[in-house]
Write a protein that binds this ligand. Structure first.
Ligand code: NAI
Length: 466
């Protein structure tokens, strides 16, 4: 096998594999190194793809038992958890195999093993007992992130699990306690609650989804509570102990230090993620990291070593697959002497619960903090014809536009297909649209997208159906 390349990418998650493909498109000889069995990183193996497979399957199950009868579909369904988990595994397989196909198509050399950087241009790869050395003009670090840990909670991936274990619980547990009501907690908590678990969230903050638009988060919490999920806010988990076949969870209220004890079959921890740089040799070659262990880069994703770059979860910014992909393309173009850039003002985020929450741009809280005067346009899905016939009327679209020039600062949606609707909102922000631009754009009828137009009209109190 060839050992010298123009560029070597370390890590084959959405940041790394997209970067490798773009480098190959730009004419580079490229190798990508991955230490896991499959390509695709967290997203394809233990993140976005498997969680969405389970979210979709569990949503279908919940709908079939609770909603279908309203439309005249009457037979009850049951679940076969093993088959559901097999379905999830098959989705991982087909997606990761897709990446292998893309590597072949783009003539990218894939190398299996654990990479460490041993000098500015050299990488050592260990795979079992074999060790090989490779050279590259450019090295791109895209090693992603791993879950945070908290003292007093020892993850064994059996009863005390991380989000990885949360994707493979073999039997639907009677009770599931989730530490952290953030993205992962809310999504995986929704899966197991739909399948029949009693789900309790313990959240350190005084609200769920701390970085999301408050109004959407408050609205979602009410809906999830109606579905039977419980929330204990302002509270930390002090310890989790095994007691016969149950877990004893000791909680402490952050404000008054009051203690509480709960019992649960399974405890899942989802308290954020941290950059993954273990064994990469950053200290050996002298690559700078910040206080959160993120690799420091300049605007061109260059570390303090001019030919070593870093992208994705391992640098600052939201830990989102699509943010990493954008950076992968940008850095590949920059390395190839082209113009590459990422507009961090227009990165959407989606929480795939039911209803979904999707946002792009600034929240009301950020606008207030930045002392930007803004107008609000809002439209509820209950007034949208398509949402009504779909029997999915929960939620609303909220548009925040500048009080002076009407430029859209942020769009926040809670509703059944918010994750797809946010595409239009992201384009609007990318192109610097005003709410008037959205209001004057013809939207197909009957679609949920009409709610965006109506919310834009509502910025100046002109919504038609409200
Ligand atoms: P997160 O940052 O979304 O939420 C963690 C939550 O845990 C926060 O609400 C925090 O206040 C709470 N917390 C922290 N320490 C705690 C403690 N000791 N006791 C109780 N609560 C505590 O992180 P999460 O959910 O682990 O997700 C990690 C990353 O993965 C996120 O940054 C997100 O960007 C990404 N992700 C994205 C998804 C998507 O795009 N749909 C889905 C899942 C994850």
């Amino acid at each position: 096998m060839k050992n010298n390349f123009d560029s070597i990418v370390i890590g084959s998650g959405p940041g790394g594999y997209v970067c490798a493909i773009r480098l190959a498109q730009n004419g580079h000889s490229v190798a990508i190194i991955e230490k896991n069995k499959n390509f695709g990183g967290t997203c394809l193996n233990i993140g976005c793809i498997p969680s969405k497979a389970l979210l979709h399957a569990s949503h279908m199950y919940e709908q079939s038992n609770n909603e279908f009868s309203k439309m005249g579909i009457t037979s009850k369904t049951s679940i076969d958890i093993n088959e559901m988990l097999n379905y999830k595994e098959s989705m991982i397989k087909s997606n990761t195999e897709g990446i292998q196909f893309l590597f072949k198509k783009n003539k990218i050399t894939s190398i299996k093993g654990s990479a460490s950087i041993i000098s500015d241009n050299e990488i050592k790869v260990i795979n079992g007992k074999s060790e090989e050395q490779y050279n590259a003009d450019n090295i791109i670090i895209a090693t992603g992130s791993t879950h945070n840990t908290i003292p007093g909670v020892e993850i064994d991936e059996k009863n005390i699990i991380s989000s990885t274990g949360g994707l493979s619980i073999g039997n639907v547990p009677d009770s599931l306690l989730i530490i952290g009501a953030g993205y992962i907690g809310i999504e995986l908590g929704s899966v197991w609650a739909r399948l029949g678990s009693n789900v309790t969230f313990v959240e350190a903050f005084d609200r769920i989804l701390p970085n999301t638009d408050t109004e959407c988060a408050v609205y979602l919490k009410k809906i999830l509570e109606k579905k039977g999920m419980k929330f204990i806010l302002n509270t930390k988990v002090e310890s989790v102990e095994k007691e016969k076949d149950k877990l004893k969870v000791l909680l402490s209220n952050i404000e008054n230090n009051e203690k509480m004890e709960l019992s649960s079959d399974i405890v899942m921890q989802s308290v954020g993620r941290k950059p993954y740089t273990e064994g990469l040799g950053l200290e050996i070659v002298g690559i700078d990291q910040d206080e959160l262990k993120r690799i420091k880069v300049n605007k061109d994703y260059q570390t303090n070593k001019k030919n070593i770059y870093a992208i994705g979860d391992v640098i600052s910014g939201p830990m989102l697959a699509h943010k990493a992909e954008e950076e992968g393309v940008a850095v590949a173009d920059i390395i190839s002497g082209k113009y590459g850039h990422v507009n961090y003002e227009a990165i959407p985020s989606v929480i795939y619960c039911d209803p979904e929450i999707a946002s792009v741009g600034k929240t009301e809280e950020q606008l207030k903090e930045e002392k930007i005067d803004y107008k609000v346009g809002k439209f509820p899905f209950i007034a949208n014809g398509r949402a009504k016939v779909n029997n999915q009327t929960e939620g609303f679209v909220k548009i925040l536009s500048d009080a002076i020039d009407d430029k859209v600062h942020g769009i926040h949606i809670i509703g059944s297909d918010a994750g797809n609707l946010i595409g239009e909102a992201t384009i609007a922000i990318e192109f610097g649209a005003s709410s008037e631009d959205i209001a004057r754009t013809c939207h197909a009828h009957p679609t949920l997208t009409e709610s965006l137009k109506e919310a834009a009209l509502d910025v100046d109190s002109r919504a038609i159906h409200k």
